[in-house]
Design a protein around this ligand. Structure first.
Ligand code: UDP
Length: 499
């Protein structure tokens, strides 16, 4: 049952089980709780483990004893044809299992509703990952608002919307340029760079996507990990499409103040954090390039090594994050390549390799960080912006090419590595050599240039935006205010329901 008007406000958050939703939604939960409301996060056991310590710290010591519950639902992996411990999209062994994964998430509806029945105070609202369409029906049943978390920024969402409506790209060949219509800036793209939903490489996910799209239009509001000053015109544009209930509440990563929270964000770091910081301490401020292509980069070894070889050729100090345990069709793993090539030995003086999970925000906030080579996933983009470090844009899939346009052409804080075509997630090997070592080298040299006015201006602008980002979530900042407005909206809905 829904709460009475005098009852406290209780947000229930249910993130999509993927790093790019879980990580920012956990931060968002912690930010919400700092505004004095009760928050429950609903996830599965293997995902809960990753965040339990940070939440425990929030409830006991940090920021004055917050009220956050971390609740667990068993994930029906085996019943859905997934491997036993696969509870996160990052663990999917192949693209063929994505539909099974969504089927498993849909099976959470009944246990989720049984859990809602037991909550005290009763739920006031559900904030759900956009890709969990069934939460709309649950919210209707309970008579409470369902707000979705948009894992994209307002610029990317606006571009996607303009293309969806206009279809200007529809009949063009793959590399024929076109302009995204009706935008405040001139944005040129090709069909090769579009996300899968606008230019599908195959029909396997049409049904999953249709279901998500169908309920998107009936959300009661949208929370976005962005801040007003970053993409002002596009927040307005997005509101024109979605209505006034678009709340930018980021950068959510900036809620992590304690070293331990920053170091353990998302996963336990694969590198000894102390060693990593000592290594960074060796370098001049702004001199190190940090390279990480996200949490689920599936490029094959022969594609990925180009990043390492480009970093090496740039002659600059670098941290390179390598996702372990993958093997391409030629049987080559990254580990074998590193060993056979002698790469680690060769770059020992100025390269730090992190195999597995890097403490990304910690590295980016170290004074030595001077450039961030990223695949432009939206969380990474926001974390780059917040750290005030210029960006080397190396987009690979989804809306990442839109994000590249934002950082390079709209904000002027990045350089494009020059990727020309998206790789479809789970089909990366078919894409050829998307990143070339000379491109990586050239982009690094350009961004780390210490003499040119262009590089200097980029650094100045990045730093300015980083300062704005950090202020946005503090009292008096735009995102802090938006969080209050979101809570007010939920409170009004609660009062209206009960009179
Ligand atoms: N991340 C991290 N360490 C890693 C890889 C990723 O901390 O080694 C975090 C990163 O900080 C970000 C998230 O994982 O918060 C990745 O989300 P993003 O939207 O950038 O990209 P995705 O991984 O979904 O492609």
């Amino acid at each position: 049952m829904a709460s009475a008007p005098e009852e406290p406000i209780h947000f229930v958050l249910i993130p999509l089980l993927s790093p790019s939703h879980l990580i920012p939604m956990i931060d968002m939960a912690r930010l919400l709780a700092r505004h004095g409301v009760a928050v429950s996060i609903v996830t599965t056991p293997l995902n809960a483990i990753k965040f339990a310590a940070a939440i425990e710290r929030d409830n006991t010591t940090n920021s004055g004893r917050l009220n956050i519950q971390l609740l667990q639902l068993q994930f029906p992996a085996l019943q859905s044809g997934l491997p036993r411990h696969c509870e996160n999209m990052a663990q999917l062994p192949s693209r063929d299992l994505i539909a099974n994964f969504f089927q498993a998430t849909a099976m959470l509806q009944q246990p989720f509703e049984e859990l809602l029945d037991t909550l005290q105070p009763p739920p006031s609202c559900i904030v759900s990952g956009k890709n969990l369409p069934w939460t709309v029906h649950t919210a209707r049943k309970y008579g409470i608002p369902r707000i979705f978390f948009d894992a994209m920024g307002c610029f990317a969402s606006t571009c996607a919307h303009k293309l969806e409506v206009s279809q200007v790209h529809a009949n063009l060949s793959k590399f024929e340029p076109f302009l995204v219509p009706d935008l405040p800036h001139t944005i040129e793209l090709t069909r090769a760079k579009l996300p899968e939903n606008l230019s599908p490489p195959s029909q396997d996910l049409v049904e999953v996507r249709d279901k998500i799209r169908a309920v998107e239009a009936i959300a009661d509001g949208i929370v976005v990990n962005s801040f007003q000053e970053l993409e002002t015109e596009y927040v307005q544009e997005y509101r024109k499409v979605k209505g006034d209930n678009v709340w930018c509440v980021g950068p959510v990563s900036a809620c992590n103040k304690l070293d331990l929270d920053i170091a353990e964000r998302g996963e336990k770091s694969s590198v000894d954090v102390k060693r990593c910081l000592e290594w960074l301490d060796l370098w001049e401020p702004g001199s190190v390039v940090y390279a990480c292509l996200g949490s689920i980069c599936g490029l094959a070894t022969w594609q990925l090594v180009e990043v390492g070889l480009g970093l090496e050729a740039s002659n600059r100090p670098f941290v390179w994050v390598i996702k372990e345990g993958r093997q391409d069709s030629q049987g080559m793993t990254m580990e074998r390549w590193i060993e056979e090539e002698g790469f680690e030995e060769r770059t020992k003086g100025r390269g730090l390799l992190i195999r597995g999970w890097a403490p990304q925000v910690l590295i980016l906030s170290h004074p030595a960080a001077g450039g961030f080579l990223t695949h432009c996933g939206w969380n990474s983009t926001m974390e780059g912006v917040t750290s005030g470090v210029p960006i080397l844009a190396c987009p690979l899939f989804a809306e990442q090419f839109f994000n590249e346009k934002l950082v390079v052409e709209v904000l002027g804080i990045g350089v494009s590595v020059g990727v020309e075509a998206a790789v479809a997630w789970g089909m990366e090997e078919k894409s050829g050599l998307v990143i070339k070592r000379e491109q990586v080298r050239n982009a690094v040299v350009k961004i780390m240039d210490k003499e040119g006015t262009e590089a200097e201006e980029r650094r100045r602008r990045a730093k300015e935006l980083g300062d704005m980002a950090k202020r946005a979530i503090e009292e008096g900042g735009s995102s802090h205010h938006n969080m209050d407005l979101l809570i007010q909206f939920v409170r009004h809905a609660q009062i209206k329901r009960c009179v």
